[in-house]
Structures are given as C-alpha cells and as structure tokens.
Design a protein around this ligand. Structure first.
Ligand SMILES: [Fe+2]
Length: 324
C-alpha cells in the first residue's frame, strides 16, 4: 500500500538556519542521551566519554548517575542524569513520560549484561540522513544481505508516539540465504539458548538515539550533529556477561559493522543525490511505502512539527525585519 504524503523538502538537508533551529529545538531541548549505565564497569565509579564535545565523565554514586563537567578553573560541576531502563539522559525532557513501548520494553531491561565495544565513526552527511536510513526498512532486503538473511521485514511490526517510534522484525525460520557474520552470530546465539523471539527490535527516540536489540546483544547508537552536512555516530555494544569469553561479542560486532558499512554507502549516495539537486535548485520528494517507510514518515512529520514551524516563523520575522 502506498501513502500519498511527501518527504522532506530538500532545504532541510542544507539550510544553516534550519540546522541551527534543530540544534536548539531538538538537541538542547530534547532528551540528550549520555550513555548506558553499564558503561561503568563493576568496581569502577567513573568513565570518560571522549566522544562528547565537552570535557566530561560519567560518574556513579550509589544508584545515582551524574555527568561531571570539568571547569576551566579545575573545579567539577555535576549534572544529575535521568535513567530509563539503564539509559542515562540529560536535558529537560522526561524519557519516562516520553517512552511507552508496551510489551517490547522488557527486552531493554538487561540482566547480567556488560559493555563490549564502542564504535565511533565520523560521516560526511547530516544527522537526519543517518536517522532516516535507520528508520527506513524498505532497503533492508536489497542492501543488507546478511541482516536480511536473519530478519523477516515482511513481518514488520511498528508503533509510534510523539517523540519515538519502534519497529520489530521477527527472526527468519530456516536456512540463511547469505553466509557471513550475521549467520555465524545467529547460529552461535542459537547454541546458547536463542533469544530468537527477539529477532530485531529498533527503537528511535528523537532526535538521534537508536536502541537496537538482537539475540544476546544490545546496541545503543547515537547520531550526533557535527555540521549541516556532517555527523558522528557512536555505538555502544552490550552482551551477556556469561558470553563475553565466547566468540559471540566479536561475531556480533563484525555483523553490526557489516550492516553499518552498507548503511554508510546508502547515506553517502542519498546525500550526494540531494546535493546535486540542491545545487540545481530542485527538490524531489516521493510517496512513502507503508509499512516499511512508516518510521521515515513519522520522523519527517515530527521534524515539521517541532522544527519546521519555528524555522518558518523565524524566517518570516527575519523577512519582515529586513523590509522595515
Ligand atoms: Fe540499513
């Protein structure tokens, strides 16, 4: 079934004013993901967060978590963080109130998990392009032979709230069509008892947090804006402590990186195409394919609602100001 709504107009991906409005309206005023509480290893009380622009560390005192900002005079300012299923946030929003995932929330409550790897990549395309690709399931069968060998996007389940959406795809039954790290990971996970009922669960909490759950693995991925046409992606991978000494963490990391690399190529191609149109002064938006692109439609509606109206009225004010 095709919906007839249109995608975002091309200025959204190149306009400095819109970008600045996004930083203010979404990233400074939204729920700012900091890290998972499991990032602090047992026995430790603090860990550095080198991917944050500021000089910060995550600290734990008992059950409470803080972001420690080192000031120029050497003193430390501590910002209390809000926790939701182990994810720690700063900022004015309440993840507790924002996020209602229903029956799927239980898969984010991790018992006996620990931090495995952190992956950091800087990309030459904007944060929205990265989030769009995460939300779009239309490309999975065409662009991710490994991932689509494991998951059945034909059976996709979707849900959404004002600041989030999630998508869940069940694991395919039977043989893998493409051998590789996804197959090896799935087989190994199976040998440890499965968690096959999870398949793939992808939560997107706007603006840029993506929480992904697979059998015996949690990936917490952030798209951090670094410019109108650039962003940074930080992914924390967590695995059950009892499986840390097995091949599962390394196979999961390999599989995840395979899909990430494929997504990077998609994002780069989309960005190059949009850049060419932008230079020619053209904009092309197409209809959404439902349900595979319903997450994409919801993200665009959210942006128009939270950023578009402000950017538009500010533009009008600026124009009127210039006329005077
Ligand atoms: Fe993808």
């Amino acid at each position: 079934m095709h919906s007839h709504a249109l995608g975002l107009e091309i200025g959204w991906f190149f306009d400095e004013h819109i970008y600045q409005t996004e930083l203010r309206q979404l990233f400074e005023s939204g729920a700012g993901y900091v890290a998972h509480e499991l990032l602090i290893a047992p026995g430790e009380t603090a860990v550095e967060l080198p991917w944050l622009a500021e000089n910060c560390a995550l600290e734990r005192f008992g059950a409470d978590f803080f972001l420690a900002h080192r000031q120029k005079d050497g003193s430390i300012r501590r910002e209390p963080l809000k926790a939701w299923n182990g994810l720690l946030f700063r900022g004015p929003r309440s993840p507790e109130q924002d996020l209602g995932l229903g029956r799927l929330e239980k898969f984010l409550r991790l018992d006996g998990y620990e931090h495995g790897h952190t992956l950091i990549h800087d990309y030459p395309f904007g944060w929205k392009t990265f989030v769009e690709t995460h939300l779009d399931d239309y490309h999975v069968d065409y662009c991710h032979p490994g991932l689509s060998g494991f998951l059945d996007c034909g059976e996709l389940e979707v849900a959404e709230g004002p600041w989030w959406s999630w998508q869940a795809a069940p694991a395919k039954q039977g043989r893998f069509s493409a051998p590789g790290p996804w197959e090896e990971w799935a087989r190994l996970a199976e040998s440890f008892g499965g968690e096959r009922e999870i398949g793939g669960l992808w939560l997107c909490y706007y603006p840029g947090l993506m929480v992904e759950r697979y059998p015996f693995a949690l990936a917490v991925s952030q798209a951090i804006p670094t410019g109108v046409e650039s962003c940074r992606n930080v992914v924390e991978l967590y695995f059950p402590q009892r499986l840390m000494k097995t091949d599962l963490p390394i196979l999961a990391k390999r599989a995840y990186l395979e899909t990430l690399k494929e997504d990077e190529a998609i994002c780069a191609a989309i960005h190059a195409g949009r850049r060419a149109l932008w230079k020619e002064g053209r904009s092309e938006e197409g209809p959404y394919q439902e349900p595979l692109e319903s997450g994409l439609r919801h993200f665009h509606d959210f942006l128009r609602q939270e950023v578009g109206r402000t950017a538009q009225s500010e533009n009008e004010i600026a124009r009127k100001g210039r006329k005077i």
